[in-house]
Design a protein around this ligand. Structure first.
Ligand SMILES: *[C@@H]1O[C@H](CO)[C@@H](O)[C@H](O)[C@H]1NC(C)=O
Ligand SMILES: *[C@@H]1O[C@H](CO)[C@@H](O)[C@H](O)[C@H]1NC(C)=O
Ligand SMILES: *[C@@H]1O[C@H](CO)[C@@H](O)[C@H](O)[C@H]1NC(C)=O
Ligand SMILES: *[C@@H]1O[C@H](CO)[C@@H](O)[C@H](O)[C@H]1NC(C)=O
Ligand SMILES: *[C@@H]1O[C@H](CO)[C@@H](O)[C@H](O)[C@H]1NC(C)=O
Ligand SMILES: *[C@@H]1O[C@H](CO)[C@@H](O)[C@H](O)[C@H]1NC(C)=O
Ligand SMILES: *[C@@H]1O[C@H](CO)[C@@H](O)[C@H](O)[C@H]1NC(C)=O
Ligand SMILES: *[C@@H]1O[C@H](CO)[C@@H](O)[C@H](O)[C@H]1NC(C)=O
Ligand SMILES: *[C@@H]1O[C@H](CO)[C@@H](O)[C@H](O)[C@H]1NC(C)=O
Ligand SMILES: *[C@@H]1O[C@H](CO)[C@@H](O)[C@H](O)[C@H]1NC(C)=O
Length: 539
């Protein structure tokens, strides 16, 4: 079986090769100026008959039938069953008759004039169709002249691409390979270089295996339009060459006149995929167009696919989200502004808010800590003329406001401690019994007498964290170098500045800040004090 096939293939090969060398076709064309030959296709028996005489005749309208011999024309050579032209010219057109014994063969030769623009003649080309990605062989091998060929050039669309003994192409076809391939064979003869050409018109076609077509894009397309404007809908599909793509535009009322289906456009990718698309133009959009559902369908033997386009009025789609968006933005910005205001207010009126909260919640931090005093007041005790105001403030104003008006209990050494006992131990235990240490600070504060109070308090505050310190800057302190380093660690908001020049009511910021720093305590009903404190006398 296998052997028979091989044999048949071999036979077929032999047959084709002999049949291509000899020319059995009756009507033949040749190109002016090129090499040309006629060869009789003899059967095997006749070929062996050496004695048979061979005669060639030419027959044309003007001259009638004449026998050809080697001296008939310098361009003709006769060799047995072959007639060669070096080269063939326009005047060689006509009928040629070969006679051998009783056998005759007649050819009708048509010599075509050379093309002025092309390296080939459009009338004499071989067509070849190659599927994309399949093998594309172009071989420049002449069936008859090959043994004589000196050199061969391969042209694509008349641009030389290769040269050599047998130049050729062997590659997988791409769409870019489409074109006219011309082989030019150069053959030397009698000191002249002649040529013969062979041109193949290569056409690359897409993958012939069928695909099931698919339309590109979502199945449902909502297109925003404005009434009175135009729109173009694009329907594109990956499809086969012969597939149909169309828009369904007809309903029971017929077709809207302002709707126009465009022509199909096809785009072939280099990989051989075919994209077909068909636009639908809608001019001067009206209400009816909005109600219509535009379907585009692609149909092939393998199946169909449809996509749907709906036109929506632009306002319908933009307005609602637009409103929501604007309103949302306004609300968001307002909320932000309010929040920022609240934060700013909170920062500015933090003290008032805390005081209000304490009052409102009836907060009292002093009930369970087992301490006796709310604050220990530390101040300069030398009652000299230059610091009389400070003394007055510590011993009179502070107790008047904090004790009488706000119900705190202060420890003022001069007032509350019975003279006698060991001063140092006493101060230490009094500070331990107090919730705050109020230091009335002035430039002359750092005297030996108060140093212990200060250091003891600072120790309690910073190391043991049992007491909080409130600094009241009675006169502006510019130079802190005399004070212990740890004093500077106190946060600035724990420092209050007393402005002796202004009359201060109980509602003033100074007292509020002081109350804020004092422990929360239930306020006792206040006595019949005057609202405004007396202005301190200037000395
Ligand atoms: C070949 O020549 C014959 C006789 O001249 C003619 O009838 C026929 O149409 C020609 N065929 C072609 C393909 O040119
Ligand atoms: C082939 O021969 C012809 C006639 O001699 C000439 O006009 C033409 O240029 C030649 N072609 C090439 C490619 O040389
Ligand atoms: C060979 O040719 C001669 C003359 O044409 C003829 O008489 C003879 O019969 C031929 N022989 C064969 C085997 O065809
Ligand atoms: C060749 O043919 C021509 C006419 O075509 C003729 O005049 C000449 O005598 C012939 N020569 C020979 C050797 O047959
Ligand atoms: C007929 O043949 C002769 C001689 O070969 C030639 O000169 C003449 O041009 C030919 N006429 C036509 C119409 O081909
Ligand atoms: C050739 O033709 C003649 C008469 O037309 C005939 O007698 C002869 O047998 C033929 N020869 C061949 C080989 O066919
Ligand atoms: C082609 O022919 C020329 C002379 O006609 C010769 O010089 C050259 O060597 C030949 N080239 C080949 C490849 O045969
Ligand atoms: C070559 O093939 C293309 C198609 O691929 C065709 O359009 C063109 O007409 C063909 N050229 C000739 C001369 O037949
Ligand atoms: C239609 O869509 C296809 C695929 O997206 C694209 O290739 C084509 O250029 C489009 N046609 C127009 C006219 O926009
Ligand atoms: C388009 O398709 C939709 C859903 O498949 C259908 O309701 C509508 O009638 C179709 N429109 C036309 C014009 O065929």
């Amino acid at each position: 079986m296998h052997h028979i096939e091989l044999l048949l293939a071999l036979l077929a090969l032999m047959f084709t090769s002999t049949s291509e060398i000899c020319i059995s076709r009756h009507n033949i064309s040749a190109i002016e100026g090129e090499l040309f030959y006629l060869k009789y296709c003899s059967s095997a028996s006749e070929h062996n008959n050496e004695t048979a005489t061979i005669k060639w005749y030419k027959n044309n309208e003007s001259h009638g039938c004449i026998e050809l011999n080697s001296s008939s024309s310098p361009r003709i050579t006769l060799r047995d069953s072959v007639l060669e032209f070096w080269p063939v010219e326009l005047e060689d057109s006509g009928s040629y008759i070969f006679q051998m014994g009783n056998d005759t063969h007649k050819w009708k030769l048509n010599v075509i004039g050379r093309s002025k623009h092309n390296c080939y003649s459009e009338k004499l080309i071989i067509s070849k169709t190659v599927e994309v990605q399949k093998s594309l062989p172009v071989a420049c091998k002449h069936d008859y002249y090959q043994p004589l060929v000196n050199r061969t050039a391969l042209y694509k669309n008349c641009v030389k691409i290769k040269e050599g003994k047998t130049p050729g192409l062997k590659k997988n076809a791409e769409f870019a390979d489409q074109g006219y391939y011309t082989c030019v064979f150069f053959i030397p003869h009698n000191g002249r270089l002649f040529n013969a050409t062979k041109t193949i018109n290569v056409t690359i076609v897409g993958d012939r295996s069928k695909i099931i077509p698919v339309l590109l894009g979502p199945k449902l397309n909502r297109v925003k339009v404005e009434l009175g404007k135009d729109v173009e809908l694009n329907c594109s599909a990956l499809a086969n060459e012969r597939d149909l793509i169309y828009w369904n535009l007809w309903d029971e009322n017929g077709k809207e006149p302002n709707v126009h289906e465009e022509k199909v456009t096809k785009i072939r990718t280099p990989e051989g995929k075919l994209y077909v698309s068909r636009m639908l133009g809608i001019k001067n959009i009206n209400e009816k167009n909005l109600k219509f559902s535009y379907n585009c369908t692609v149909v092939s033997e393998g199946g169909t696919d449809t996509i749907n386009f709906v036109l929506l009025k632009k306002e319908d789609m933009d307005d609602i989200p637009g409103h929501i968006f604007t309103r949302g933005m306004i609300v968001a910005v307002s909320v932000l502004v309010v929040v920022v205001c609240l934060v700013i207010m909170g920062v500015i009126y933090r003290v008032d808010l805390v005081l209000f909260y304490r009052h409102f919640m009836r907060k009292d931090e002093t009930l369970t800590d087992g301490k006796t005093y709310d604050a220990f007041v530390s101040y300069l005790k030398d009652c000299g003329p230059e610091n009389g105001e400070e003394h007055t403030f510590a011993v009179e104003i502070l107790p008047r406001v904090l004790e009488k008006h706000f119900g705190y209990k202060l420890c003022i050494y001069e007032r509350d401690v019975v003279p006698g006992g060991a001063v140092v131990d006493e101060i230490h235990s009094l500070i331990e019994k107090s919730r705050r240490l109020i230091i009335v600070l002035s430039q002359s504060y750092m005297s030996n007498e108060v140093r212990y109070e200060l250091e003891s308090g600072l120790h309690e505050a910073l190391v043991e964290r049992k007491i909080k310190i409130i600094l009241i800057e009675f006169t502006p302190v510019s130079d802190f170098t005399f004070f212990p380093q740890s004093l500077k660690l106190l946060k600035s908001h724990r420092v209050l500045k007393w402005n002796a020049d202004k009359p201060l009511s109980y509602n003033s910021r100074f007292w509020k800040n002081l109350l804020y720093l004092m422990p929360a305590k239930m306020v006792k009903p206040c006595g019949a004090e005057s609202e405004v404190l007396p202005v301190l006398s200037q000395s």
